[in-house]
Write a protein that binds this ligand. Structure first.
Ligand code: 4AD
Ligand code: MG
Length: 452
């Protein structure tokens, strides 16, 4: 039978069953009578130990080569593993010149170095673990929403709306780069989406609770450790929700349930990340999971920041958006427990945020979740579901025409509703303690870089 390395390592039958395993050589060690190989196929962090006769011609068995091994699965005499494969036949499928290979045997390459080789870094332990965790977290998020009764929606990637109104979207030129059958295919300018929110709002008007999880694009000219030009966003939209409290509860549950599932499904991978990338992160994550997230208002946040303004490059001021340095300070101030900041000034949030009608310091029912190491992880809030309020806001921004359909949602069966978006890469950074967002996505895209 052909087994994956994971299956072979977990095999109950170690009485010499004949199996076949395929993978890449991670180490070669020859002793007097035996030759030890470690083979990994990405199914697990651990490699399978292969024991071969030292008479075997081992010249081609180099680090990085792909091999197929047939042999008998036996109980290992060594304490370091349960099973090993006693090789009867080793076939090199593709050899690897280990000297020229950018990944070196036994070397702990810095993440920065590995970033130059997106086509090979996935074969290292650390990126292997991160990307398996990414896959596991994706599945965990889907099952969280499925178990909570949400319908999954594929929102479009090409869109004609700029829901965030920040003009940060990529415009697809009608130059033929995107091979459309005719020059003016859509009749309107089209963009790569910056958020599926508005499409989700449509769907929440039919399915009540919906979510989407897909690629999002922002032409932000930022070289920061937490911005990508292409990132994945988890977004949810819920009808009949009329308090931020209810939204915050879903956010906190999503954050915690996903982390718990990742911890229980790939503990070795998480341990490796915590150990090699961010010592102390295990405790920091536990601290986040066992405490209730905190809540402060934007106004309180600004007061806290003003008390500490000597620490900042940008002076905190009511009516101005929080900077990364401010967000990080607030999280520390809150004892490194994730903190919700609610009720932002109307003037600094997009047109769809629900008006709190609260007098001179005019705010909207917006919520951001700030987390250790990253700052803003979630953004969301209640949506303006009242026709006349929205009509006025759109008119003031000169958007009435483009968003007629959006306004219509408030004419035909409108309901109070709200939702949020979470940057998936920032989530992985936060739970794993990865400093740079470029290391938690297989193929990072950022200004001046689009490798592969
Ligand atoms: O705060 P943002 O811009 O909110 C929205 O797009 C809403 N329409 C979401 C919603 O309510 N449905 O983005 C949401 C999250 C941010 O909090 C951040 O975690 C992440 O997306 N994000 C980025 N992640 C990586 N690179 C970027 N350039 C990001 N921009 C936003
Ligand atoms: Mg935001």
């Amino acid at each position: 039978a052909k087994l994956s390395v994971r299956e072979a390592l977990g095999a109950q039958n170690t009485s010499g069953e004949r199996i076949k395993v395929q993978g890449w050589i991670r180490s070669v060690r020859s002793q007097k009578e035996v030759l030890f190989l470690h083979v990994n196929d990405g199914s697990s962090l651990e490699s399978l130990q292969i024991v071969a006769d030292s008479s075997l011609d081992s010249r081609e068995l180099t680090f990085g080569s792909s091999v197929e091994i047939q042999g008998q699965l036996i109980k290992s005499p060594s304490k370091r593993q349960n099973v090993e494969l006693k090789a009867e036949k080793i076939k090199v499928i593709g050899n690897c010149d280990a000297k020229a290979f950018p990944i070196k045997y036994k070397e702990r390459h810095p993440l920065e170095y590995l970033r130059q080789y997106p086509h090979f870094r996935c074969r290292t332990n650390v990126l292997g673990s991160i990307l398996r965790i990414r896959s596991e977290a994706t599945a965990a998020i889907h099952s969280f929403f499925k178990d909570s009764g949400f319908v999954h929606i594929h929102t479009p990637i090409i869109t004609s709306n700029d829901s965030e109104g920040a003009g940060e979207l990529f415009q697809l030129e009608p130059s033929g780069k995107l091979k459309l059958p005719e020059k003016n295919f859509f009749n309107v300018p089209a963009f790569l989406t910056v958020s599926g929110q508005l499409h989700l709002e449509v769907m929440s008007g039919a399915f009540t609770q919906v979510f989407t999880f897909g690629p999002t694009f922002r032409a932000e000219n930022s070289q920061s450790r937490r911005h990508l030009a292409e990132f994945y966003m988890v977004e949810a939209e819920i009808s009949f929700v009329d308090s931020l409290q209810d939204l915050m509860q879903v956010i906190e549950e999503l954050f915690k349930a996903t982390a718990m599932m990742v911890l229980s499904n790939c503990p070795e991978d998480v341990e490796l990340c915590h150990k090699f990338i961010a010592p102390g992160q295990k405790d920091r994550l536990e601290h986040m999971l066992k405490n209730n997230f905190l809540i402060i208002s934007y106004t309180e946040a600004v007061e806290i920041l003003k008390q500490a303004s000597q620490n900042f490059t940008f002076t905190p001021e009511w009516g101005v958006d929080l900077q990364t340095e401010h967000e990080k300070y607030l999280v520390k101030h809150c004892g490194n427990i994730p903190v919700f900041v609610i009720n932002y000034p109307l003037a600094i949030k997009p047109f769809y945020m629900r008006d709190n009608e609260d007098g001179p310091q005019h705010t909207v029912a917006a919520v951001d979740l700030l987390v250790p190491g990253v700052g803003e992880l979630f953004g969301g809030g209640l949506r303006e579901e009242r026709y006349h309020f929205l009509e006025e806001r759109l008119a003031r921004s000169g958007l009435t025409e483009v968003y007629q359909w959006y306004l219509d949602l408030r004419r035909f069966g409108s309901v109070p509703h709200g939702g949020f978006g979470m940057g998936f890469e920032r989530y992985l950074q936060c739970i794993l303690g990865v400093d740079n967002i470029k290391d938690v996505i297989p193929f990072p895209r950022f200004p001046h870089s689009c490798l592969l």
